[in-house]
Design a protein around this ligand. Structure first.
Ligand SMILES: NC(=O)C1=CN([C@@H]2O[C@H](COP(=O)(O)OP(=O)(O)OC[C@H]3O[C@@H](n4cnc5c(N)ncnc54)[C@H](OP(=O)(O)O)[C@@H]3O)[C@@H](O)[C@H]2O)[C@@H](O)CC1
Ligand SMILES: Nc1ncnc2c1ncn2[C@@H]1O[C@H](COP(=O)(O)OP(=O)(O)O)[C@@H](O)[C@H]1O
Length: 484
């Protein structure tokens, strides 16, 4: 499990760690760890380092690391970009032989340009967790001056990223981010994670807070502990029956993908509710399915379905179940039917466009992203799984749960029908009794892993992803057995 903590919790944990240490010791540890990483990256690249140093302690980390690198014979140029500088760090860098230039005055602009164009490694110490989102006007040009060959290491976080990870803004895009002991939300959130690159954690002795993290991410090692593995006393009913109200005459395949995913992922049983056309196809392609409504433990509703040309039976079963108390995954067209809070466990699975439509229809204030998903979650008392390269699962604030994010999928998974597979998979997990937050995160992880397994390194079709679920789950369960 990866956990990221909000800035106030990080600062409190750092303050606690500092008690009993000499002043500046944490920064020294951070700078030494950072310099070690930079030295390793320099090995294959050269010896020219540019340190971009801002006003705060993030600049201090970078300056002290620059001093270590200069002592280790790297050719270090420090570029001061803030309104002030970390005095001790700057003196150390100077004494170690670094050349110091100032960007803020503009007088050394040409020297800065050539240093950045020729750099082998650049340390981005402009701003860290003390920053507001975006780069100020006078620094916007800097990222473009960095040569294509340079390896860009962000100190703690890429400058300009919203530390909370909620706002996407102009920022440095790093090849690698070196952070210290604790992850911050921006490392794991959809709006900011793309700027982070490879994430390296240097332990500087700050203990993990006991408070709830802001963001959590499941890793492959977590699957065995969470997956509903049947025991000897289980049967198809106790394992969970999923009702699928998906597909339509126009979108026949959605039903096939949803049911195939649920069956392949290990549903005890699947019932299909829908018109003849998908049903005929399903009788041949998913012989395990049972047709017509009946007793279920959960429903998946809406993939490949639209309210405009709805099948009457689907519509009435969906309405009845929406008003009922069984867990539900609500996907795609099904989202149009939900206007009031549900008290039963509910997982909505919109992509960004569907979320936008939902927010507009519900007349909520937040425009989009995780904040938008949170507004919907709070308004409807549901969990929202917002699909994307980084998928976020957001539960109502009252639950006090962290945002869960997963980034397991190759971009090849952005293919038609892939979301229908995810819906069937998540529905199967709800039918097995998992709560929506865990079910959503686990489904996103397994869906992404199956996307890789279906055709490693290349394109995938959604049906192959659905077929890959079984072997993917087996591999995850046997890679690390359940902990006692
Ligand atoms: N505490 C500890 O124990 C440890 C802390 N550590 C390190 O300290 C870092 C936090 O340091 P911090 O608190 O000094 O804040 P930090 O991010 O350096 O700068 C804030 C200043 O930047 C400016 N600024 C603001 N927004 C900006 C923007 N968008 N773009 C550009 N500039 C912007 C603004 O200054 P201004 O320009 O207004 O003068 C503001 O005052 C943390 O990330 C980690 O690296 C490690 O050493 C481990 C131990
Ligand atoms: N760039 C990407 N990288 C990784 N996964 C992606 C990317 N784009 C989309 N996906 C995933 O692909 C799936 C697409 O779902 P969706 O848009 O609902 O497709 P459909 O409606 O055609 O089934 C989601 O699980 C999403 O997270």
């Amino acid at each position: 499990m990866m956990r990221a903590y909000a800035v106030p919790a990080v600062r409190a944990a750092e303050a606690a760690a500092m008690e009993g240490l000499e002043e500046g010791e944490l920064m020294q540890r951070a700078a030494r760890g950072l310099a070690e990483v930079a030295l390793t990256r320099l090995e294959e690249r050269g010896d020219r380092v540019v340190v971009l140093a801002g006003s705060g302690d993030n600049g201090g980390d970078a300056l002290w690391a620059g001093a270590h690198l200069a002592t280790s014979d790297a050719n270090v140029v420090v570029v001061l970009v803030g309104s002030r500088e970390h005095t001790a760090g700057l003196s150390a860098a100077r004494e170690a032989g670094a050349v110091v230039l100032e960007w803020r005055s503009g007088s050394a602009a040409d020297s800065v340009r050539s240093a950045l164009a020729e750099a082998d490694v650049v340390l981005d110490g402009i701003v860290g967790i003390g920053g507001s989102p975006g780069l100020p006007d006078h620094l916007r040009e800097l990222p473009d001056l960095i040569g294509d060959e340079a390896y860009l290491i962000a100190v703690d976080l890429p400058s300009g990223c919203d530390p909370a990870g909620l706002v996407g803004a102009d920022s440095i895009f790093a090849d690698e981010t070196v952070t210290f002991s604790l992850l911050k939300p921006c490392h794991l959130m959809p709006a900011t994670e793309p700027a982070v690159g490879l994430l390296t954690v240097v332990d500087i002795g700050v203990a993990e807070p006991s408070s709830t993290p802001a963001v959590e991410r499941l890793t492959h090692d977590d699957v065995a502990d969470l997956w509903p593995v049947p025991g000897p006393a289980d049967d198809k009913y106790s394992r969970g029956v999923l009702g699928s109200i998906t597909g339509s005459s126009a979108f026949t395949g959605a039903a096939l993908l949803s049911l195939t995913a649920a069956v392949t992922a290990g549903a005890g049983m699947v019932r299909y509710v829908g018109p003849d056309h998908p049903a005929e196809l399903l009788r041949a392609a998913v012989p395990e399915a049972v047709f017509g409504d009946g007793r279920c433990q959960a429903y998946v509703f809406g993939s490949g379905w639209s309210a405009e040309d709805a099948d009457e039976t689907q519509l009435s079963v969906a309405r009845e179940q929406l008003a009922g108390d069984l867990p539900m995954v609500i996907d795609a067209g099904g989202l149009d039917l939900l206007s009031a809070p549900r008290s039963a466990p509910t997982l909505l699975t919109p992509h960004a466009g569907e979320l936008k439509r939902l927010i507009e229809r519900l007349d909520l204030d937040e425009p989009a992203g995780v904040a938008g998903a949170q507004a919907v979650a709070d308004h409807l008392s549901v969990t929202v799984l917002l699909k994307g390269a980084v998928t976020a699962v957001v539960s109502p604030s009252a639950y006090g749960q962290p945002v869960r994010t997963q980034a397991d999928a190759p971009a090849w998974l952005g293919t038609a029908g892939s979301g229908d597979v995810l819906g069937g998979l998540a529905g199967m997990l709800l039918a097995a009794g998992l709560e929506p937050g865990v079910a959503g995160a686990l489904a996103a992880l397994v869906h992404g892993a199956a996307g890789r397994r279906a055709n490693p390194g290349g394109p995938v079709r959604a049906l192959d992803v659905a077929h890959a679920l079984g072997p993917t789950i087996a591999a995850l369960l046997t890679a690390r057995p359940r902990s006692q």
